[in-house]
Design a protein around this ligand. Sequence first.
Ligand code: KIV
Ligand code: ZN
Length: 515
Amino acid sequence: MDPQRIYIFDTTLRDGEQSPGCSMNQEEKLMMAKQLARLGVDSIEAGFAASSPGDFQSVQMIGHELKGPRVVSLCRVMDNDIDAGVNALKGSHNWGIHCFISTSDLHLKEKLRIDRAQALAKAVRAVERAKAHTENVEFSCEDATRSDIEYLIEICSAVVKAGATILNIPDTVGYTTPLEMYALFNRLKNEVYRGDEVVFSAHCHNDLGLAVANSLAALQGGAKQIECTINGIGERAGNTSLEELVMALQVRGQYYGLKHQVDTTQLIHSSKLLTKLTGQLVQANKAIVGDNAFAHESGIHQDGMLKNRLTYEIMTPESVGLSKSNLVMGKHSGRAALVERVKELGYQVNDEELARIFEEFKKLADKKKVVYDEDLELLIAGDRVQRKDRYRLLRINVFSGTDAPPTATVTLMRDEEELPPHSALGAGPIDAGLNCIKEILGSTCRLTKFSVQSITGGTDAQGIVSIGVEEGGLATSGRGSNTDIFIAAAHAFVDALNRLELKKTNQAKASVETI
Ligand code: KIV
Ligand code: ZN
C-alpha cells in the first residue's frame, strides 16, 4: 500500500441526500453515482438499504451498475439492517458494509438507552455478521468526538478483532477543532489494536464551518480515508465538501504530500449536476464551485491578473473543469457542435438522448441568444431524469395582468394518455397553474415550500423552481427549470407529484411486505 495514498469516500447519496431538500429519486441517484465514478472517488455510500424499499433499490441498482468505485450501504448495528445491506449489494462488482452505533455517553444514555458494554456487544455482532459476506466492513463510532477516548479505543479494538477493516471517526455534530482532531487520530492510530493496519477514516460535519479543516487535520493525524459530499451537502450545515478538500490537497500538494485519484476537472460538472438534481444552488462565493470562485471584479485584481494570473489565482479554472472553450452555442449551432460541447462537458449520451437534447437545445436557442454550458447541463440532466414519470406537463398557457384574474390552462399526460385541457384561476399566475394541475389530478397535496432561483445570468436566464409538497404524512419536493418561471413552476409541481406517487407506491409495497 502506497503510504501517501488516501481514499475519498463520497456520501452525497446518503448523508447528503438525507438532508432537507436534497432527496433524489432512483434514476437521479444512479445518474449522480455514475458522475461520481467519472470523478474518480474510491467509495460511494449509495444509501441506507434498510431505511425504505426505495433506498434498497437505489443501493442495489448503483451497486450492480457501477464497475469502478466500491459501493457501500449504511446500516445500524442491527441484524435486519446488515441483512438488507448485504441483500442489496451481494453480487455487485465491488461492495462493502458500513455499520455504526453511537459511542458518546450522551447518545448511549439519552438516545439508545443502553450502556457501553451493550453497545460494544452490538457492534461486534454486527461486524461479524457483515464480515461473513464481505471483506470490506467499515465501523463508525457515531458522535466519536464527544466520546470518552478510552472507550473509543476499546470499541475500535473490539471491532477490528471482529473483522472491521475501516474505522470511521465521525464528528457527528461538527463540534471538534483541527488540533483536537489531529490529536485524536494520532492517539487512536497508536493505541487501537492493529491501528497501523486498519484504515482510519474521518467524517466531519460543518456546524462550525470547520469540516474541511478538521478533515485535513485528521489526514495529518493518520487518517487514510475522508468521507465527504459534493457541494458539502449533508445533515444541518452539511459535510466536508469534496471539492474543497481535494483542491486543498492538490494546490498544497507539497505541504500535505498525499495522493488521491480524483479527476479534478470533473468537479464543476459534479457540482452542477447535483444542483440540477436537487435544486439546491451553491452560494456564489463558495470555494471552488461557486459562481464567483474564479471571478475577479476589482480593478487592482484585474490589473494583476492581466499581468500574471498567479497574482490572484492559486489554481486555474481549467483544473476544476471550468470550460475554457469560447465556442458560443446559439440557434445557428448544428448537431456536430452540440455533440462536441456535450462531450467537452464530460457527458456520454446515446443517439436517442442526443436527438432529444438537440431538439430541446433548438427550442431553447430560439428563446435565448446564447445557450450557456449551464443551460446545456440542465437539458442533458432533464432529459435523463424525466423519462419514467407517470405525469408529464404537455402544455401550459397563463393569462395574467392588471385587469384580469390570473388564469392558467394546462394539458397533462397521465401514463400514455393525454388528459383533456383544464383551466383554473389563482391568486397569481403560478398559483393558477398549480391549482389547475391539482384539479386535473384530483390531488389534495399541500404546498410546503416554493423557491425560484436563476441559474444562468441575464434576463433570459433559466430559472429553477423548487417546490415542497405534503400529503397524508408523506413529504417530498420537485424541481423544474425553464426560461419562463411559470413553466418551470408547473414542471416542478408535476415533478413533486410524480415523486409523491412513487413514495405512495413504495409505502404500499412496504406495507404488503410486512403483512
Ligand atoms: O455523522 C455521522 O455520525 C454519520 C455516521 C452515521 C457515519 O453520518
Ligand atoms: Zn454524518
